[in-house]
Design a protein around this ligand. Structure first.
Ligand SMILES: Nc1nc2c(c(=O)[nH]1)N[C@H]1C(S)=C(S)[C@@H](COP(=O)(O)O)O[C@H]1N2
Ligand SMILES: [Mo]
Length: 408
């Protein structure tokens, strides 16, 4: 298959400005800011991770390699939506600082009527009818470290706790609309959206740019090409100028810095559907499961692990719960290690593809260590199990989280 040139990509500038709106000023402002920093008169910069543009203050993020996990325990001071400056970042390589004016999207392949690739500039995309929807983005490996800490099982990959998830309001164009305008053939079955970030190299192998097959049926259902997050232009780290949002599916489906989409009449693969994002291990078929698609269900407490709580007073336990299968129906909490359960109060209405905030008052009586458990049940009857089924890459952790606290 011949491969068209990918759209123009700006040289990676590690811009000092953290928002795209400030990008135009960045080149002018950068030398002055750098000089000021050298002179020691600037306030110290918040820590960052290699390749991530936005500041990552320690009270809000834990840096894990090229990624930044949001501190779930600190989500108590965020509302239903996760602000962009609190949203986790999962980067295979590093954030490319792209200029919307140079950007265009290319659709190509035998799944289009015409032979020639079809292009959309940023302006053309913005002129198409827009949709706005709230959706979670959650990494397939969110809570992966709990396979080890809670179940004693080895897994490979970034050792996330619960913070590789966030909810945002995304505005953009339906992928169905763009495919229709590009001339989607009736017999097209698979798309291969691909990012403009650097090729992913690991263990001496170059896997190429981040790309993952997306079935046409899902693409036509509810996928959007998003250019706004919470009412602002998409931030650099979250895919500026345009990313996919694939509601309810594992985060890898939501390709950031989207550059091109192959449209094919044959099933497509990439290392992100063959080597990774399958369930491998004893409980799974030899060679692994089919590529994973839908995310799972979880709940968590907005409290650090090992938090201390004073006995003899009422504490308001708070958290969030979500399910990719159906709206959350209930959250139950145990403060005695799972012996008894009480229903939490839900603060958000049941919504597909989003989370609910919940709370429960608790008055611990006796000082000493305690284990708090939270369990969500959705409207389809799915409920968090006591143990997640192990897979070697640690995807789709869904078990009840055992949250240690110390009562003083
Ligand atoms: N181009 C590109 N798209 C990408 C990735 C990436 O590294 N490059 N990471 C994916 C993964 S694994 C996840 S979980 C989500 C994370 O989105 P966020 O960084 O906006 O939170 O983006 C996905 N899209
Ligand atoms: Mo991910």
């Amino acid at each position: 298959m011949p491969h068209p040139a990918v759209p123009a990509r700006r040289t990676l500038l590690k811009a000092l400005a953290a928002t795209p709106a400030a990008a135009a000023l960045a080149s002018a402002a950068a030398p002055a800011a750098a000089a000021e920093a050298r002179a020691g008169s600037a306030t110290p910069a918040a820590p960052t991770a290699p390749g991530i543009v936005k500041p990552l203050p320690a009270e809000h993020f834990t840096v894990r390699g090229t990624n930044a996990e949001a501190r779930f325990d600190a989500f108590a001071d965020t509302g239903f939506l996760t602000p962009a400056d609190r949203f986790f970042v999962r980067n295979h390589t590093s954030t490319p600082v792209l200029d919307a004016r140079d950007w265009r999207l290319t659709l190509w392949g035998d799944g289009l009527h015409g032979r020639d690739p079809v292009h959309f500039t940023y302006g053309q995309l913005r002129d198409l009818p827009s949709v706005t929807r709230t959706a979670l983005v959650e990494c397939a490996g969110n809570a992966r470290s709990l396979y080890t800490t809670q179940q004693g099982q080895a897994v490979s990959g970034t050792a996330w706790t619960l913070g590789a998830v966030g909810a945002a309001r995304w505005r953009g164009v339906r992928l169905a609309e763009v495919l229709r305008r590009a001339g989607l053939a009736r017999d097209a079955v698979d798309l291969l959206p691909r990012g403009l970030d650097d090729p992913y190299v690991s263990g001496g192998t170059d896997y190429g740019r981040v790309r993952r097959p997306l079935p046409v049926a899902k693409a036509l259902d509810d996928v959007i090409l998003a250019y706004e997050m919470n009412g602002e232009p998409l931030p650099y780290d979250h895919g500026h100028p345009v990313r996919l949002i694939v509601p309810k599916w594992v985060g890898i489906a939501s390709i950031k810095w989207l550059g091109d989409i192959e449209v094919s009449t044959r099933p497509l693969t990439s290392p992100w559907s063959t080597d990774w994002y399958r369930l491998l291990g004893e409980a799974h078929p030899p060679g692994g499961s089919a590529p994973i698609t839908r995310q799972t269900l979880k709940s968590g407490l907005q409290l650090p692990f090992g938090a201390t709580l004073e006995s003899g007073r009422v504490h308001r336990l708070t958290g969030r719960a979500w399910s990719a299968y159906a709206p959350v129906r209930a959250v139950d909490v145990s403060t005695d290690g799972g012996a008894s359960w009480r229903p939490a109060r839900l603060h958000d209405g049941p919504r597909r593809g989003a989370w609910v905030r919940w709370s429960l008052p608790w008055r611990p009586e006796r000082p000493g260590p305690a284990t708090l458990l939270t369990r969500t049940t959705d409207a389809a009857g799915n409920t968090q199990p006591d143990r997640a089924v192990h897979n070697t890459q640690g995807y789709l952790f869904d078990a009840v989280v055992r949250h240690p606290v110390i009562v003083t």
